[in-house]
Design a protein around this ligand. Structure first.
Ligand code: PRP
Length: 211
């Protein structure tokens, strides 16, 4: 039997995924050793392998077949636009992609002004403003702490993830428009989906039973 390989998003998403897999009887003892510097973890009995990766790399591993299955946020799936099958909404990691800024930026959105939009998600922002809102904007790609952009005057608004809303609140910013809801999703390599259909389908069915 061939190994089925999982690429998991490092951090909370990976932890939640392993909890869900444990609930359907899939464990990986090797992964529980927090001091380990190992990069790949094996469950010999079930012929499974697991590795942890940065979110944006997960769809890449899955598209190229280096991993059969991936778990990653919907934001990353949409932003990366890789050729993968999205097979299951895992229901955790729930948050929203939003346009945020100071309250008075609402007017600029309403009148479709040529504004600057700072974001870690240029493709999502482009699609939202150009294709859905038909508003021409200047998109500025940033790598983190996006809320700083309107505060220091880099951009009028941001497109970013809002979970509890406390980062916005503590900085006097607010949600101006909602782009889409987000959560953790399971993705599968299209060839693996055909070649390992039974094993992958069983996992999906069992996980769905938990939801
Ligand atoms: C994310 C996101 C927001 C914040 C939202 O940032 O970009 O900044 O969390 O969460 P909240 O609504 O619960 O406050 P993250 O912590 O991942 O870091 P980053 O800003 O450096 O990307």
């Amino acid at each position: 039997m061939k190994y089925l390989t999982f690429a998991l998003t490092k951090g909370r998403l990976a932890n939640r995924t392993m909890e869900m897999l444990e609930a359907i009887g899939i464990t990986c003892e090797e992964m529980k050793d927090k001091d380990s510097r190992k990069l790949i973890f094996v469950n010999e009995e079930r012929k499974l392998k697991f590795f942890l990766a940065k979110g944006p790399d997960v769809p890449t591993y899955v598209e190229y077949g280096a991993a059969d299955i991936g778990v990653v946020g919907k934001d990353t799936i949409v932003e990366e636009g890789r050729k993968v099958h999205e097979v299951l909404d895992l229901g955790f990691g729930k948050c929203r992609m939003c346009v945020c800024g100071y309250k008075d930026a609402k007017e600029l959105l309403l009148h479709r002004e040529l504004i600057r939009v700072a974001t870690k998600y240029p493709n999502i922002a482009k699609d939202y403003f150009y294709n859905r809102k038909h508003q021409t904007v200047e998109i500025i790609k940033m790598h983190g702490s996006i809320e700083l952009a309107p505060i220091v005057g880099l951009s009028e608004v941001i497109v970013d993830i809002v979970e509890t809303g406390s980062t916005l609140r503590e900085n006097g910013l607010e949600v101006l428009e909602e782009v889409c809801p987000l959560s953790a999703r399971m993705i599968v390599n299209p060839v693996s989906m055909r070649m390992e259909n039974d094993r992958i389908k069983d996992i999906i069915t069992e996980l769905r039973g938990l939801l």
